[in-house]
Each structure stands twice: as structure tokens, then as C-alpha cells.
Write a new protein. Structure first.
Length: 324
């Protein structure tokens, strides 16, 4: 066969199948399987056993194909079954196409179920990074053949990077990824909520504060491009009793938020880990007596729920909750 003939032959096979489709001659998968099995076995009984149907059903399927084609595909005698020239041509045309489909499905299954290849995981904030490192350590111990790539994300682009495929799993504040197309895994960390205030703030000497205190102290606003659920949580418009919460200046980053707090421009609710990861002499962290906790966990796209992702989420949960 001359170079390039394979491509020409492949195109001609696709062209013939396209002509059949245009003529209304669409083959069902079970019909193709029965035909190709009989083309190899040349025996109705063995074909029926191979494809898991009755001999009569094989005969009916072949007759249907022959009516569709308009010519015999097999020559049958009391002792032997042979392909006709048209049957041989059809078998030659269909075999590589079916093999290609099977290979494509097999590759998809391997990609979905196999714990090999690459996994791209992201984190948002210092505490998420710590949770991620614990998760990766256990995942790598369980799945040596999967290479994990770590990516730091920002609040405004975290979900966008999930949707673009830049990352497969994201560990973050659960409210960051509260989107219809995003799945949330188990909570890896639930931490008490604190209020960050300036060291010279009137509240700084208190042992604890209530959410009602927000009615008299402006709250620093998070960046406008943060997800709505996160903005609503960190910048409530009213206290639990319904009192309006005054708005402070808007910050462009978390570091800027703490700097504005230190300057006395407002207060800001944070998780307990912030006091450990961002200690500042000019900021005091006070526990709330009545605020819900801040929760962290893994997130991923619904359409990217692969076996690899599920195994990583399981490893993350085990690493953060179970004794190793």
C-alpha cells in the first residue's frame, strides 16, 4: 500500500457510512456487533453465544441488515456460512471504525477511573494551603503513579480556573465555590469565627464579642469580584436581630483588609486560623459568642467528577480527620 493510502481508505469508509446515513440506513450498535461477530465466526450458534442473544435473533438481525443493504451479506448452506463480496466489504469497512470507537471509550474510562497521570489541585489562603499539603501527603502515599501539581488561586479567579480546567480540585472556604456547577466535598476544617479589630479599638479589651456589635462598627468590604455567597457572609447587611450593619471601605486584598483594620477604618470577621497565620501587633482577634464557624473543604466541577478526583477528596478527608 502506498504512503497515504491508509488515509484515503479511511476517508472512503467514512464517506460510505455517511451515504448510508443519508439514505436512512443507520446501523444500531447491537446490529453491528452481531454482523461482525458472524463475519468472524461464520457460525450462527457461536455468534449467538458470543454476543449473548439467541440464534434466531442473530438470523433476524442479519436479514434486517440485508434488507437495508439491498443484497445478501452471507451465503448460507446447511453446513457452511460464507461472506458475500458485499458482506466482506462491509465487514472490512466497519471493523476499524468499531475498533476506533472502542479504543476511544476505553481511553475515556482509563482517564476517568485510573489513578495515574496528573492531578491539578489549587488552594486559596494559608490555611487551605496547610490542608492541601496534608491531603497531598496521604494521596501520594496511596497513589504513587499520579503526579500532583499545586496551584495557588485568588478569590476572584478560583472558580474560573476550575471551569477552564486549569485545576481539578480546589481547597477553599466553602462559600468561595458555592456555585450551581460546582460540587462541595466533606468539610476538612471547621474553625471558630473571630472579629479582627485595631489594637486601639474600643472592643480590643473585650474577651469576646457578639454579632450584634457589627451594628455600631463599620465592616471592611471584601473585593467586589469575590463570589456572592462569600461577600454576603463576610459583609452582612444586618445583624441577627435585623439591625443594619454600616459599611466600611472596600479592600482589594486580604492583606489590605487587615491594614485597614489596623488603621481603625473598620472591623472584619475572620476564621480562627488567621490569628495564627497573620499575627500583627496592631490587630487584635476576638472570638464571637454567636457566629457560625468558617468551614474549609474541597470543591470540583460536577463535570469533572473522575475517580482520580474522588480518591483525592477521600485522601483529604482521611488526612484531616483520621489518625494515620
Amino acid at each position: 500500500m502506498a504512503p497515504g493510502d491508509e488515509g484515503i481508505n479511511a476517508r472512503s469508509r467514512y464517506d460510505r457510512l455517511a451515504e448510508l446515513k443519508e439514505a436512512g440506513a443507520v446501523l444500531e450498535r447491537h446490529e453491528v456487533e452481531a454482523f461482525l461477530a458472524l463475519a468472524e465466526e461464520l457460525h450462527f450458534g457461536r455468534t449467538a453465544e458470543r454476543v449473548g442473544i439467541t440464534t434466531g435473533r442473530v438470523s433476524q438481525t442479519i436479514k434486517k441488515l440485508e434488507r437495508m443493504i439491498g443484497a445478501p451479506l452471507f451465503e448460507r448452506t446447511s453446513r457452511q456460512v460464507h461472506l458475500t463480496p458485499i458482506g466482506r466489504q462491509l465487514a472490512d469497512d466497519l471493523t476499524p471504525l468499531v475498533a476506533g470507537m472502542n479504543d476511544a471509550v476505553r481511553r475515556a474510562i482509563d482517564a476517568g477511573r485510573g489513578i495515574t497521570g496528573d492531578l491539578r489541585v489549587g488552594f486559596l489562603s494559608g490555611v487551605a494551603g496547610q490542608l492541601l499539603l496534608k491531603s497531598i501527603a496521604l494521596f501520594a502515599k496511596r497513589h504513587h503513579d499520579c503526579e500532583v501539581h499545586i496551584h495557588e488561586t485568588q478569590g476572584h479567579d478560583a472558580v474560573t480556573r476550575l471551569r477552564s480546567g486549569d485545576i481539578d480540585v480546589l481547597i477553599t472556604d466553602v462559600l468561595i465555590a458555592a456555585q450551581p456547577d460546582v460540587l462541595a466535598g466533606p468539610v476538612l476544617l471547621s474553625e471558630p469565627r473571630l472579629l479582627a479589630v485595631a489594637a486601639g479599638h474600643p472592643l480590643a479589651g473585650r474577651q469576646a464579642v457578639s454579632m450584634e456589635e457589627l451594628a455600631v462598627h463599620p465592616v471592611i468590604l471584601v473585593p467586589a469580584d469575590m463570589p456572592e455567597a462569600f461577600r454576603t457572609d463576610r459583609n452582612p447587611t444586618v445583624t441577627p436581630s435585623g439591625a443594619p450593619v454600616p459599611r466600611g471601605p472596600r479592600a482589594a486584598s486580604f492583606t489590605e483588609t487587615l491594614t485597614l483594620v489596623a488603621f481603625g477604618r473598620g472591623v472584619f470577621p475572620v476564621g480562627d486560623s488567621v490569628a495564627r497565620l497573620y499575627p500583627r501587633p496592631d490587630v487584635v482577634y476576638l472570638p464571637f459568642t454567636d457566629a457560625p464557624p468558617v468551614q474549609w473543604g474541597p470543591m470540583w466541577l460536577k463535570t469533572n467528577t473522575t475517580h482520580r478526583v474522588r480518591e483525592f477528596v477521600q485522601a483529604a478527608y482521611d488526612a484531616c480527620h483520621l489518625d494515620q
